[in-house]
Design a protein around this ligand. Sequence first.
Ligand code: PMP
Length: 409
Amino acid sequence: ESQLDVARIRTDFPILHQNDDEGQPLVYLDNAASSQRPQSVIDCLSDVYQRYYANVHRGGHRLSSESTELYEASRRAAQRFIGARSDNEVIFTSGTTMGINLVARSWGDANLAAGDEILLTEMEHHSNLVPWHQLAERTGATIRAIPVTGEGLLDLDYLPRLLSERTKIVALCAVSNVLGTINPVEQVVEAAHAVGAKVLVDAAQAVPHEAIDVTKWDADFVAFSAHKMLGPSGVGILYGKEELLDAMPPFLGGGSMIDHVAIDHFTPAMLPSKFEAGTPPIADAIALKPAIEYLEKVGLSQILQHEQSLAAYAHDLLASIPGLRFLGPSVTEKAGIVSFTIDGLAASDVAAFVDGHGIAVREGHHCTLPLHKKLGISASVRASFYLYNTREEVQKLADSVKTTVAFFG
Ligand code: PMP
């Protein structure tokens, strides 16, 4: 049972207090796509624009110094939050997607060649697949993948066969955005390191919901997005081990990322500026800090426990619906994500019908086409929970899905 004072938490999220045209309250169950923001984050954004805004790391005037100080304070908050050893290991990006592309381009192009292998998993989001496909196209490297079992877990029995001295990088999600599976990151990192491979962890669905420690994981790279963790859209973090980032060439070129520029050559800046070309999303990066502080104040372990209890409740209520099949492992083994199909019903019809009851869920392939192909389905419905969701909302979802089935039945 949840320890969170959800009623109190909900008062901090203004967007949740709205009704649709028919007067039905918004039930927001699409948190895996993007979360909502508390007032403190919204206030921070407006505060920055009203009082502190200037370009960062440029010029010595007072306002620029103040915005630079706030920008760097946010980086240090992120560093502490994920357990990084140094703020040089924390790069502001535009999100998970850019973080993975940065590594695939900068580290990948410098370290892979024909005959090398990239090990992925069958449950990856397209943003942790396509950058590696592109890297393979450029270098002639080969893609392999850890299979997913019928229960929606990584089949680690295959690891010894899939890992070899040819493997240069393993890229996996910490939590699946469809199955909710919580992957054994440390175990995969250890096995990968034993053959000399590096590991990138897509932590987009993990950092918002569980306390993570990149140093304990011993991961080489970790990418995540602010917009899924109560922060602004358009900003994210790439963590990388300092010695790796130090040795990597810059990804994007431009202002801020240089030490010196002549008409025909340049030398890159030190970390972390080397990977932050151009004007960053200044206010959004600064407002990541109140998002982190909010999560820390509530407590990540309480948040995960609350979400898991909502997922368990959803499983209980939905399980009796004829033809409804859950994707992924049993509720005790996963995060607060409940995806399902209903025999004979299109996922898009289910989502549209429950939207008519004021309930926001996502339908489709959720940017995981290979996973859906493996599961033999073309689309699914996904309800994903966060700290502000209630048991009453889960009940509404279940009632609505039951009505949908009866309507189409
Ligand atoms: N990986 C996973 C597991 C995700 O859920 C998402 C977001 N749907 C991404 C990567 C991509 O994140 P973003 O769109 O913020 O770059």
